[in-house]
Design a protein around this ligand. Structure first.
Ligand code: NAP
Length: 288
């Protein structure tokens, strides 16, 4: 029997090979190497693990990457370092790993052309208006690629997203809508979640609650994309209960689903940034 649980490993490998090739090409052409810097404050274990994965993947693709550790009590230091990074031509993209314990007095100080994690309002607005040089937040971008890989045509499809955060649910809503999807956005005050998601062909859960979706509230034949990351008895799991696989058409696993694609999207955004900053056309990325 063909498994309904479809991991992202093959897609990540496909994108990684293209990333390596594009890094090689720009290096041979212009002698530059795409460079990513991650700013980090504090030592939240989950953040340390995510940042390590991002840096390792960048290196594997032949890019330059580094972590700058910030003093947790100084937003002035953040402003000084980000100003330097904005002015440094050798750095193509940088981001602040969230959650961040620093109170940022002036908000995110990242020039839009280097805002590869789509943290600033300027970049977010560019994404909404579909500007050619806009960066999409990494998780929604990864999900769009996953959907394409799974053969889901966005135009004309009914989606339900659960969770309306600034970096996942809301931008995903906009991106799906812009591509012709019909989208329902649910959140903690949605009265009847089961009813709200019942007509969706694809349900995407980005909440952070184990077993939120299960056999009782999903429909036969739905495609279920699990963004949630939870720890239960020391083990990682998503928002979707294991029993959902019985009814679902396709289900994405946690770990091994959306997470690795989020990391991959940061890499592709940084390579895009490097190409555009060097006057080259933005690369295209294939999922097959
Ligand atoms: P967040 O900012 O905490 O947002 C959670 C959202 O879930 C909110 O919109 C909240 O509604 C909604 N919600 C909470 N309880 C609900 C319920 N019972 N029914 C329906 N909606 C409910 O979280 P986030 O940053 O978007 O992250 C969500 C999850 O995805 C977390 O587990 C996080 O670790 C994971 N994540 C994974 C990746 C990845 O790459 N795989 C990336 C980012 C995040 P209100 O707005 O009404 O409060």
């Amino acid at each position: 029997m063909i498994s309904k649980v479809i991991a992202s490993k093959t897609l990540v490998e496909i994108l990684k090979e293209q990333a390596k090739q594009k890094v090689k090409e720009i290096n041979e052409k212009l002698g530059v190497r795409p460079a990513l810097t991650i700013l980090m404050a504090g030592n939240n274990p989950a953040s340390v693990s995510y940042v390590t994965k991002k840096i390792e993947l960048a290196k594997e693709c032949g890019m330059k990457s580094e972590i700058i550790y910030l003093n947790e009590n100084s937003s002035q230091e953040y402003d000084k370092i980000t100003t330097e990074l904005n002015n440094n031509k050798d750095i193509n993209g940088f981001m602040l790993q969230l959650p961040c314990p620093i109170e940022l007095e002036n908000g995110f100080n990242i020039n839009s052309e280097k805002d590869v994690d789509c943290l600033t309002e300027v970049t977010y607005q560019k994404m909404l208006t579909e500007k050619q040089d806009a960066f999409s937040p990494c998780t929604p971008l990864g999900i769009l690629r996953y959907l394409e890989f799974l053969g889901v045509e966005i135009s004309g499809t009914n989606f339900a997203i659960i969770g309306k955060s600034r970096l996942v649910g809301k931008p995903l809503f906009e991106l799906l809508l812009n591509s012709g999807g019909t989208v329902t956005l649910c959140h903690s005050r949605t009265k009847d979640l089961a009813k709200s998601i019942s007509t969706a062909d694809v349900v995407i859960s980005a909440v952070g609650k184990p077993n939120l979706l299960n056999q009782d509230n999903i429909q036969e034949g739905q495609i279920l994309i699990d963004v949630g990351i939870n720890k239960v008895e020391g083990k990682l799991c998503g928002d979707i209960a294991k029993d959902a696989v019985e009814k679902a058409k396709i289900i994405t696993p946690v770990p091994g689903g959306v997470g690795p694609l989020t990391v991959m999207s940061l890499i592709t955004n940084t390579i895009d940034a490097c190409y555009m900053q060097n006057g080259l056309a933005r690369p295209t990325w294939k999922v097959q």
